[in-house]
Design a protein around this ligand. Sequence first.
Ligand code: NDP
Ligand code: GDR
Length: 328
Amino acid sequence: MPQALITGVTGQDGAYLAQFLLARGYRVLGLLRRSASSDVIGERLRWLGIIDQVALLDGDMSDLGSLIRIIDKHGPDEIYNLAAQSFVASSWQQPLLTAQVTGLGALNVLEAVRIAAPRARIYQASSSEMFGKIGTAEQNETTPFYPRSPYAAAKLFAHWMAVNYRESFGLHASSGLLFNHESPLRGIEFVTRKITDGVARIKLGLSRELRLGNLEAKRDWGHARDYVRAMWLMLQQEHPGDYVVATGRSTSVCEFCQIAFAHAGLDHREFVRVDPLLFRPAEVDALRGDATKARQALGWAPEVSLEALAAEMVEADLARHRARLKAD
Ligand code: NDP
Ligand code: GDR
């Protein structure tokens, strides 16, 4: 039975990836950091009904010893490094923590693999945010990077360390330059989920308005379930490499609002308010990925449209709020 270790298993992608790997007969190990709120840990794994099938192991991205011990003891065949302080807006409030976890944490994983399991295959969760202030309409593996946030700078460090460990020590380390991907399990602070949660609240009479920042920002949004499949495909290749994973469609925050509100029979213009306090110190204005390499080399293509994604997210948030109202 192949074994996979997922750091960030309690996050959106970690949960979907665990589900994907379990369905393929993997033993799934997940890194779990200690929390005082242990009752809510693993909420996403619970939502997917797989929490009892994942072996949760005590460790932290900033604690190299814990990573070495876990990798040495279990000898996973595949390691997916998904753990990060992943919220771009917070990275200006906590730049050092972001560098520590998102940047140096990735290096800790690479070091642990180099020391304890050099033959394991590694996936590094790189990001389209690394392109940042771009000069091209579409971004692919050869587009230059220009990070615009402490988060993006930390991810860029992690990305280059993965490339460097591949070239220096021959590690089978692949890096996925993933564009934004969302789902009903997306953290509530990210804009798509904030919008679909807002739609559900307004529809059920729990809120009257939704306050957002820059409505003109454009992102290439896909479904997380499609994107974790691409991670796995990268590690099945004989040789490691870097791949852009994206839909090729760029949509503004305003257009996403229109689609999500319309799904619930509402007009977003009546409810969305722009709050200047929610603008970022530096913005990534527009992203659109060119996933030609992933399509050709991995046979990967997205299966879920933006409209289907928004509909699934709105329906899930409506169901959550209805269940809470019923329980009260
Ligand atoms: P989430 O924010 O949902 O999950 C982050 C995970 O990292 C959580 O499991 C969190 O644990 C864990 N984590 C944070 N700090 C530590 C730490 N110090 N030690 C151990 N674990 C820690 O992110 P996503 O699932 O959305 O994204 C997965 C990865 O992919 C991230 O690295 C992200 O930056 C990257 N990425 C995401 C994209 C997206 O659109 N979703 C696009 C491109 C890249 P806890 O539950 O305890 O907080
Ligand atoms: P992003 O995602 O920064 O692209 O990073 P997010 O959903 O936070 O922002 C997308 C865009 O929407 C604009 N925006 C708002 N964003 C939030 N969160 N809240 C608001 O109220 C709001 N109003 C407008 C933002 O300014 C931005 O332009 C995500 C994360 O998952 C990263 O970890 C990952 O690397 C990248 O996607 C690819």
